[in-house]
Design a protein around this ligand. Structure first.
Ligand code: BTN
Length: 285
């Protein structure tokens, strides 16, 4: 009963975002120089892409308490309630060819799951291509967008939405099972602490990638270890086709390899994956 009261209070009284905590913890690092907070915004990704085109410096971070037009992958909408989620985007200007950019989404997702583990103790996984899952429920999602001119990457915006104190029971319109850190741990966690932890990790990994792209083996190994679907029979829907097979691996370009029942190896760069349980049951997690 006591737990239920705490839970209800956390859901009903989100704390205002404390920008000072962030600024003092991240300064003078890469992500501490230009932190922008908006109580309400359309989409942090859209806002930051515009700043990037206007010349904003690498490391700029945009955070919002609420998004009125949050974007998900594949043109979907991303719903959130004011003050209950971590909604943010970061700007990078990597000196990498476009085909090597996937490693940055990868280190962003790994920074996310490690930060959640550090702050809440929860063990989360990555569902290809870049969702954060706890068990069979979605805890967060990543939207990576970049601009390339004549083969050269101009900017890369990594956006993440993480359900922190959000109450999944209140949402009747979700397409998939979802959860939040608070719903899983029964503990209120600080959005600022998670973000500081995540951005510090991202900075370290980003410099590691920048120093030597050839030595990113550790990230790929961890990425595969933390993958929710590897070794499982899955169905992938690409918009054009629907294919079933065993998820055999994710390569350095982020492509998922499926081995079909006929033994063919097929590679996919994007799509929606669901895990096949048996002939009659399929879970869209
Ligand atoms: C997905 O799972 O489809 C990706 C969701 C990404 C949502 C985040 S919230 C912060 C940033 N701004 C956006 O408009 N989208 C991303």
């Amino acid at each position: 009963m006591e737990n239920e009261t705490v839970k209800k209070q956390a859901f009903e009284n989100p704390e205002p975002f404390n920008l000072d905590i962030l600024a003092s913890a991240l300064n003078p690092g890469l992500f501490g120089k230009n932190i922008i907070f908006r109580e309400t915004i359309g989409s942090t990704n859209v806002f930051l892409k515009r700043l990037a085109q206007e010349g904003a410096s690498e490391g700029t971070v945009v955070i919002a308490d609420e998004q009125s037009a949050g974007l998900g992958r594949l043109g979907r909408k991303w719903f959130s309630k004011k003050g209950e989620s971590l909604l943010f985007s970061v700007l990078l200007r990597p000196q990498l060819p476009p085909r090597k950019l996937f490693v940055l989404t990868m280190i962003f997702a790994l920074a996310g799951i490690d930060a959640v583990q550090d702050i809440s103790g929860l063990n989360t996984m990555v569902k290809w291509p870049n969702d954060i899952y706890i068990g069979e429920k979605k805890l967060g999602g990543i939207l990576t967008e970049f601009s390339v001119v004549q083969g050269v990457v101009q900017h890369l915006v990594l956006g993440m939405g993480l359900n922190v104190n959000w109450n999944p029971e209140m949402e009747k319109t979700l397409l998939y099972p979802a959860s939040s850190i608070f719903a899983e741990s029964q503990e209120k966690v600080s959005r600022e602490e998670i973000l500081v932890n995540l951005l510090k990790r991202l900075e370290v990994s980003y410099y590691e990638v920048g120093r030597d792209m050839e030595r990113t083996e550790g990230f790929y190994e961890k990425w595969n270890e933390k993958s929710l679907i590897l070794g499982k029979t899955v169905v992938i829907e690409t918009g054009k086709e629907r294919i079933e097979g065993e998820a055999a691996g994710i390569d350095r370009d982020g492509a998922l390899t499926l081995i079909t029942a006929g033994g063919d190896r097929r590679k996919f760069l994007c799509g929606d994956v669901s895990v096949k349980m048996n002939l009659s049951e399929q879970r869209n997690f």
